[in-house]
Design a binder for this molecule. Structure first.
Ligand code: APR
Ligand code: PHB
Length: 389
């Protein structure tokens, strides 16, 4: 087979890139090792920056997001029973949109299928060849048959456990990582959200987050030790603990019910440099991971896609390689700021087992400063709505 851009990974990064390129007449093939149902079965976060909202519009896949997504002009931070509302719209002029990543991915699959996009599912043994030449290729197996795709560029959108990052030699690549000493137990419940805005709760029992998917589908999280298993948290135990971590006023009005999804995710900050090696470009989780505390996972993947899409359009439509040559530096500059914000939010809102009383006092002082200082609230708001591309 031959294509212009071979995209490895059928998650939100790969699909958004493929759809944007398609609308500019640039050909791509997406290789996904799982089934579409499996990809759509993964529950992920759901706060979209304006930049991603604009990209969805540019890609022609914004209709359902605009009709079913929630526009939020604010977010909330609680400390015990005290609640700090961050008026992100007043502080930055921009809202965020709450719309599940699963729905974003579903809309992108539909758009690719409607426009005859080529997506190869259930592929195995994906291998990138000759990325350092002008004629790279990708080989893979499916149903016992060997396949090869000749292409101009390879976009590695295959997530943290993908093959693309590992294709870049160790002596070229530099990885930066921080693993946090706790995880997030996330639940989905068919109950009305406890508040119409998100609540990021810092409590002396640990972090909690109240989020939503729709008017009768809530998404709640609590910080748990990494050794915990979902079975350690029967529904009633979860509800009991969650109530103790959010402000009592909200605990009193919390509607509980059957939990339909329950999973634990570790928290990690990770970045690999560079994000380009010859004709191979890394996007999204293939190159960087953030703890979910800042809701930056999908949004940093989107800014990567924005920069790569711009660069590839310049290459094919204007004959200039300035954009692709600047891709890695541009993407990393924005990613490191999102990493800092996510790390800062994680330190602001979680309880670290190894912390001293002095550390706790520092956290308390940081929250008090945030409560009482507009500049601090604006700094949080500007990062939360998304720094400019
Ligand atoms: N060959 C083909 N496909 C692969 C391979 C491989 N060797 N390895 C992984 N994949 C597929 C995975 O099955 C997955 O569907 O690549 C896709 C990568 O998708 P994501 O992990 O969702 O990564 P990305 O598209 O960059 O989206 C980033 O996902 O994890 C969240 O918080 C993160 O919101 C962020 C978003
Ligand atoms: C979610 O809705 O799942 C969510 C929202 C905000 C976060 C993380 C997750 O920071």
């Amino acid at each position: 087979m031959r294509t212009q851009v071979c995209i490895i990974g059928g998650g939100p990064s790969g699909l958004l890139l493929s759809q944007l390129l398609h609308r500019k007449g640039i050909d791509s093939v997406v290789l996904e090792r799982k089934t579409k149902e499996y990809v759509l079965g993964r529950i992920r976060a759901g706060v979209l920056e304006q930049g991603l909202v604009d990209l969805m519009r540019q890609a022609g896949v914004a209709a359902r997001m605009e009709s079913e997504g929630y526009v939020h002009d604010g977010t909330q931070i609680s400390c015990g029973d005290a609640l700090i509302r961050i008026d992100i719209k007043a502080l930055t002029g921009k809202p965020v949109v709450v719309y599940g990543q699963t729905e974003v991915t579903r809309d992108l699959y539909e758009a690719r299928e409607n426009s005859g996009g080529q997506i190869e599912f259930n592929v195995e043994g994906v291998t990138i060849h000759d990325a350092r030449t002008d004629a790279p290729s990708v080989t893979f197996m499916r149903d016992g048959t060997h396949h090869r795709i000749d292409c101009d560029f390879v976009a590695g959108c295959d997530g943290f456990h993908g093959v693309s990052r590992k294709t870049i030699p160790d002596d070229v690549r530099r990885d930066y990582e921080k693993v946090y000493p706790f995880g997030w137990l996330g639940v989905l419940s068919q109950t009305p959200p406890v508040d119409h805005e998100l609540i990021y709760a810092a409590s002396d029992r640990g972090f909690a987050l109240a989020s939503m998917r729709n008017s009768n589908l809530s998404r709640y999280y609590i910080q748990v030790p990494l050794s915990d298993r979902p079975d350690d948290w029967p529904d009633q135990t979860f509800w009991g603990e969650f109530k103790k971590r959010i402000p009592q006023g909200h605990a009193a009005k919390l509607i509980t019910g059957p939990i339909i999804e329950k999973s634990i995710a570790p928290l990690r900050s990770f970045v690999t440099e560079p994000m380009r090696w010859g004709r191979l470009f890394l996007c999204g989780d293939a190159a960087h991971i953030v703890p979910p505390t800042g809701a930056k996972g999908l949004n940093t993947a989107a800014s990567d896609v924005h920069y790569l899409y711009q660069g590839l359009c310049q290459h094919y439509l204007e004959g200039s390689d300035d954009g692709i040559d600047a891709y890695s530096d541009k993407a990393l500059a924005r990613i490191w700021k999102a990493e800092r914000f996510s790390w800062w939010m994680t330190n602001l809102l979680h309880r670290f087992p190894e912390w001293s009383d002095f550390d706790l006092k520092m956290q308390q002082a940081e929250i008090d400063f945030l409560r009482s200082n507009e500049a601090a609230q604006r700094a949080l708001a500007e990062n939360y709505v998304g720094l400019p591309y």
